[in-house]
Design a protein around this ligand. Structure first.
Ligand SMILES: Nc1nc2c(ncn2[C@@H]2O[C@H](COP(=O)(O)OP(=O)(O)OP(=O)(O)O)[C@@H](O)[C@H]2O)c(=O)[nH]1
Length: 424
């Protein structure tokens, strides 16, 4: 792959755009891991009261600059100009390519415009291309959204301005849906090259250093492209709620709460993400939601390998929700209830139901496959379970001495065992 712009010595820039959750940060992490011979500086911009992406971008030797609090296409454009000027003047020896990740709600046009209308920036940088990520599962609903008068549909703008369209998350849709989507996207942008990907994995030479941005073509599509006074309006009903709360989360409560709000409000919650402290582990937990789809796990499991919570370090949970008509008080209270407040709930009384087995009985328990065990407790409960929640049995498994609890006294989950056959 070529190094910097040899002819002019200007630094090439790729602008990454694409609706919330389409796979931009996944792509950034992919390029930071790949060997491509380029030293890349990454500029991150996030829409959201609480910055999460700086934690979700892999730690590398590359330059990563985070710009927060506002949309790169409007309020922080001056910050972008300053950051790019500083990079080129103070740290020029450290990189030869720039990738800018815009927020999922950014209109790419004003960002692209910066490389033509700002004199200094246009001398230092050349806009290589606008690469737009598309979440194959969710893009259609965002393209169809009716906006208030004068407010632009960001998803359409992002597709319209793309030099390359990356149809990501092909694992979540059928081949027929992809074919249909290709037609629809071509209707908005007939000239962009389309690539398909899973986990944002695309050949890097198809998106970096391709010199695809064409000012003539852009001006034909949008005659006001270079007009710095042309204003654009964002949809004010879309906002973000950031939550920062110290403490440790109770895993099953958090899981139930997140699943419930995404199940019931996922149409309006476009995007959710967070970095969390969980009881019983020093590992940081990450959750990522796109509408109703939720991905949650230890940072290792998600391939992020964040530095674990250190001894003495305050465990501060950071979450961000972006969507339409969000209820800040309800979201904050809901999360607060998932954080352990130092008090264990009262146990309450177990149900009056008569159980089939007693302590010491040999049983087979369904833990994936059936496993032999012995009943160790009746009406078992975990200390953090809500008041009145009990499991009929706790069972010690013979194979590894592990303890499990059985949620129902039913033959589907627990059966009598012939003691002589498998007892330890
Ligand atoms: N199933 C599936 N999930 C994916 C794929 N690519 C990314 N994801 C997941 O989608 C979620 C959002 O991905 P991100 O890369 O954070 O999206 P983004 O465009 O940076 O999102 P914003 O920062 O909100 O604009 C994460 O949970 C990813 O792991 C894919 O190809 N298939």
């Amino acid at each position: 792959m070529a190094q910097a712009d040899k002819t002019t010595d200007r630094i090439p820039v790729t602008v990454l755009t694409g609706f919330l959750g389409s796979g931009k940060t996944t792509f950034i992490n992919y390029i930071l891991k790949e060997k491509h011979g380029l030293r890349i500086a990454v500029v991150e911009n996030e829409f959201g009261e609480v910055g999460i992406d700086d934690g979700l971008v892999l730690q590398t030797d590359e330059e990563v600059i985070e710009m927060m609090n506002g949309c790169i296409c409007c309020t922080v454009r001056d910050d972008l100009i300053q950051a790019l000027t500083r990079l080129a003047t103070e740290r020029r020896h450290m990189f030869d390519y720039v990738v800018i990740e815009t927020t999922g709600l950014a209109d790419p046009a004003p960002v692209a415009q910066t490389f033509f209308v700002d004199e200094k920036i246009s001398q230092l940088y050349v806009l290589d291309s606008i690469v737009t990520f598309v979440d194959c599962q969710h893009i259609s609903s965002h393209l169809e959204e009716i906006k208030p008068e004068g407010v632009e549909n960001e998803a359409i703008e992002q597709v319209a301005f793309a030099d390359v369209l990356v149809l990501n998350k092909t694992d979540l849709v059928s081949a027929a849906e992809i074919k249909e989507l290709r037609k629809r996207l071509a209707g908005i942008n007939a000239t962009a090259r389309m690539l398909e990907s899973e986990q944002s994995r695309i050949p890097l030479d198809a998106v970096l250093n391709i010199r695809a941005f064409d000012l003539e073509k852009t001006l034909q599509m949008d005659a006001e492209f270079l007009d710095t006074d042309a204003d654009h309006l964002h949809d004010k009903s879309v906002s973000s709620v950031g939550i920062v709360i110290e403490g440790e989360c109770i895993p099953n409560r958090l899981n139930d709460w997140l699943s419930e709000i995404l199940r019931t409000k996922g149409a309006d919650i476009f995007r959710s993400k967070g970095i969390l402290a969980m009881m019983g582990t020093d590992e940081k937990f990450v959750f990522q939601g796109v509408h109703m789809l939720l991905n949650m796990g230890g940072s290792g499991q998600l391939g992020l390998n964040l530095t674990p919570w250190q001894p003495g370090e305050k465990r501060v949970n950071k979450l961000c929700f972006i969507g339409r008509n969000l209820d800040r008080a309800e979201l904050t209270a809901g999360f607060q209830a998932c954080v352990f407040n130092g008090k264990f709930p009262e146990p309450g009384s177990p149900p009056k139901q008569k159980l089939r087995f007693k302590v010491g009985d040999p049983v087979m328990a369904k833990v994936g496959p059936w496993a032999a065990g012995v009943i160790t407790a009746l009406w078992y409960r975990e200390p953090l379970w809500e008041t009145g929640r009990f499991a009929p049995y706790q069972v010690r498994l013979l194979e590894d001495d592990g303890l499990v609890w059985v949620p129902r006294d039913s033959d589907v989950l627990i059966r009598a065992r012939d003691k002589s056959a498998t007892a330890k």
